[in-house]
Unconditional design. Structure first.
Length: 194
């Protein structure tokens, strides 16, 4: 929402003072006091009136040393809280990734590449010859979806912080395992990894 302009000058709401200029209710009450104007809220006409403060007065008060220092402290606290929240979310993401990667199950034993390709092609309506790249793509997809626990990651963890990162890490780990088991599929696994 832009600053409100009237014949009397430019005004800013108390919520914008808090969100954009680092004011708090206490700072507003202590240093600005009563609003310069009350106005009907255009979004909630039946709600409380908007508290408007003249921008010239706000800027003038912000130049006071005690106010400038208080606003700086609020900005620093908000930045620190934001950084802490980001670190916490990253830690939860990392923990989920480790947990999911450690629980990957694969069932590749005794399956030759030619048998895997046949399984990957089974049930497909193939007319004519299929190029090797397509056969390899189908083989990798079959191995990933049918011979591993890949599809369970999103089902069991939906809604948790980091589920998308965990799914990506699991996908890449499974593709690496497929490439190690069948080295001929390594280029296709690399192509499918994100």
């Amino acid at each position: 929402m832009a600053k409100l302009k009237t014949e009397a000058g430019e005004f800013i709401t108390s919520s914008r003072l808090k969100n954009e200029r680092f004011w708090t209710d206490k700072l507003i009450n202590t240093h600005l006091g009563e609003p310069d104007r009350l106005a009907t809220n255009p979004n909630y006409r039946s709600g409380p009136k908007m508290r408007l403060y003249e921008m010239k007065r706000v800027v003038r008060v912000e130049k006071r040393k005690v106010v400038a220092e208080a606003l700086r402290k609020v900005a620093d606290r908000r930045a620190a809280r934001s950084a802490t929240a980001k670190r916490s979310a990253q830690s939860r993401r990392d923990d989920l990734v480790k947990e999911e990667v450690s629980h990957i199950e694969t069932h590749f034993e005794g399956l030759s590449l030619s048998r895997l390709i046949k399984k990957g092609m089974a049930g497909r309506d193939v007319v004519g010859d299929v190029d090797v790249a397509t056969k390899y793509r189908w083989a990798v997809n079959f191995a990933r979806h049918e011979l591993t626990s890949y599809d369970g990651v999103r089902v069991f963890n939906s809604g948790r912080v980091g589920v998308h990162h965990a799914a990506e890490a699991v996908r890449n780990e499974i593709l690496n395992r497929i490439a190690r088991r069948w080295p001929e599929l390594e280029p296709e696994c690399r192509r499918q990894s994100r």
